[in-house]
Unconditional design. Structure first.
Length: 277
């Protein structure tokens, strides 16, 4: 399913626009797993990080970033101290997390899980988060004997080409039945310009992903998700280019001087709190 912005109430096939306390985000749900992709408005950061900058490693004042994280978690109904935020390296390293990792990277950059671009869990009420501002956030859900388990993936172009999406989905499939996935707002083929050598490398790995001078990373993510076993009809692609759409931070559009989003996913506790609508 591929979605485009259609108004204030609905986004994409399974993506819904939500708002609370001056913040807006796109929300996706499947089998008790929720994912949120926040827009950049509604926070306290100042230019060039205006306003809901959620990244602690881009030069913004840490107190403002932490306030932005608090505001977002309050809107989502999450405990900010139960976020897990990795220190991403644009690679293919991943790790399973649970209660012992709760809060890693939530309040301080130096507490992040080092060198990880994907997190997997079966634990409820942990907010798995990845930082992005053009790179592709991907959430994959599987059903296991104990209920849903899921992965949060940060796929830069290097990680995408090296196969992080398929590798992590394959790991999840070893513990449950893959049932759904969502590809969040990120750089689109319209703006991911590449030289001919890189385009050929992508096309060898993902046939049909390229056109002269450009590569479609959403196509690549979908291809690896389907190859891993996610049903094609259960793959949702936001279809929103962060470079083109000024509601989002974009590293490429702003030449690196900008804020970061946190894509956050969590498993609901049965009967527990639900995000605000």
């Amino acid at each position: 399913m591929v979605g485009r912005e259609t108004g204030d109430t609905h986004q994409g096939g399974d993506l819904v626009s939500r708002a609370h306390g001056g913040l807006r985000w796109l929300e996706w749900r499947h089998a008790g797993v929720v994912a949120a992709f926040p827009l950049r408005a509604g926070g306290v950061s100042e230019s060039p990080y205006a306003t809901l900058n959620l990244g602690l490693n881009v030069g913004d004042e840490p107190r403002k970033v932490l306030e932005n994280r608090r505001l977002l978690c309050a809107a989502l109904g999450l405990d900010p101290e139960r976020l897990i935020v990795p220190d991403q390296v644009h690679g293919t390293s991943w790790t399973w997390v649970g209660e012992p990792e709760a809060g890693r990277g939530a309040l301080a950059q130096d507490a992040c899980l080092e060198g990880r671009d994907a997190l997997l869990t079966a634990a409820p009420a942990l907010g798995l988060a990845i930082s992005h501002a053009d790179c592709v956030p991907v959430i994959v859900v599987a059903l296991g004997d104990g209920g849903p388990l899921f992965a949060m993936i940060h796929a830069g172009w290097r990680g995408m080409l090296a196969g992080i999406v398929g590798q992590v989905a394959g790991e999840l499939a070893r513990h449950g039945r893959l049932c759904a996935a969502v590809v969040g707002p990120s750089i689109g083929a319209c703006c991911f310009a590449v030289d001919d050598s890189l385009r050929r490398r992508f096309e060898e790995r993902f046939p049909g992903c390229g056109r002269p001078g450009h590569v479609d990373l959403w196509h690549c993510a979908r291809a690896d998700l389907e190859a891993a076993g996610v049903p094609p009809a259960a793959v949702t692609v936001a279809g929103i280019c962060t470079v083109d759409d000024g509601r989002f931070f974009s590293h490429r559009r702003e030449a690196g001087l900008t804020g970061r989003h946190l894509a956050i996913a969590w498993r609901l506790r049965q009967g527990g709190p639900r995000p605000q609508s």
